[in-house]
Design a protein around this ligand. Structure first.
Ligand SMILES: Nc1ncnc2c1ncn2[C@@H]1O[C@H](COP(=O)(O)OP(=O)(O)OP(=O)(O)O)[C@@H](O)[C@H]1O
Ligand SMILES: [Mg+2]
Length: 236
């Protein structure tokens, strides 16, 4: 199941945030999208998950156009989005937040199995299952946001800055978990990150965005080895 973005242009009012972008992510591959602040990374993810309408261009998933489909319908087609910042309900418990992720499936038994699966991936969440989400640490909240996305049994996972604000050790752990998830669930993943090195290290391919345009696409390791990418995005 390939994700294909072709000639996509997206505006915020007069601002052109995504400018004629074309990207192909083959099934089961993890693609890292890197780029400076304001490059259009969040806009691209929000457009793929149906939260933002494109001005022009098309997005296909499994060969079918999804560019005019509402987010709640896209979840049913296997697309889960973990947005930038807090994507959990603070007043609800860890368990309730996880259950929300599976709500449209309407199958209590399946939801229970999925909760067990999430707890296996993130044991910390199991220890805090009845605790309110607003009492979790930043890292635990990020685990919960990813866990909730997994509850929907996605085939395509869109992650916006999962490492934001986390301590280096937790960042490393989150990246490793994302890699393992992608492999074990055969997920196609779009991973947007400011932590370009961390993301490229676990990715199959890398996409560099600058001012709304794709400026480089390559195997992740090739981008790491590219002197221009190193200087501009990896800081050495
Ligand atoms: N709701 C909005 N209204 C107006 N302009 C917006 C809106 N959202 C984003 N933009 C603009 O679109 C451009 C792309 O923003 P976007 O959030 O996609 O960038 P980003 O690559 O995710 O940046 P960051 O790394 O800071 O999260 C920016 O210039 C931003 O100011
Ligand atoms: Mg962003």
């Amino acid at each position: 199941m390939t994700l294909s973005v072709s000639n996509l242009t997206v505006h915020h009012g007069a601002i052109c945030a995504i400018n004629q972008v074309s990207i192909d992510v083959p099934a089961g591959k993890l693609a890292a999208i890197i780029g400076s602040n304001g490059a259009g990374k969040t806009t691209l993810l929000r457009t793929i998950s149906g939260l933002k309408n494109p001005t022009r261009g098309d997005i296909t998933w499994n060969g079918q156009s999804i560019s005019r489909i509402k987010p709640e319908m896209l979840v049913r087609r296997g697309i889960s989005h973990v947005s930038e910042g807090k994507s959990v309900v603070p007043e609800l418990s860890v368990r309730e937040n996880l259950e929300l992720g599976a709500i449209w499936r309407g199958n209590k038994k399946e939801a229970k199995e999925s909760i067990n699966q999430v707890i296996t991936i993130f044991p910390r969440l199991g220890e805090r299952i009845e605790q309110r989400a607003d009492t979790l640490s930043g890292g635990e909240r990020q685990m919960l946001a990813i866990g909730r996305a997994i509850m929907a049994k996605p085939q395509l996972l869109l992650l916006d800055e999962p490492s934001l604000g986390l301590a280096p050790l937790v960042v490393e752990q989150i990246f490793q978990t994302i890699r393992q998830l992608a492999t074990s669930m055969n997920l196609t993943v779009l991973l947007v990150e400011q932590n370009a090195m961390g993301a490229l290290k676990i990715a199959d391919l890398g996409i560099v965005l600058n001012l709304g345009k794709v400026v480089a696409v390559n195997h992740a390791q090739a981008l790491i080895d590219d002197p221009a990418v190193r200087t501009a995005y990896l800081g050495y």
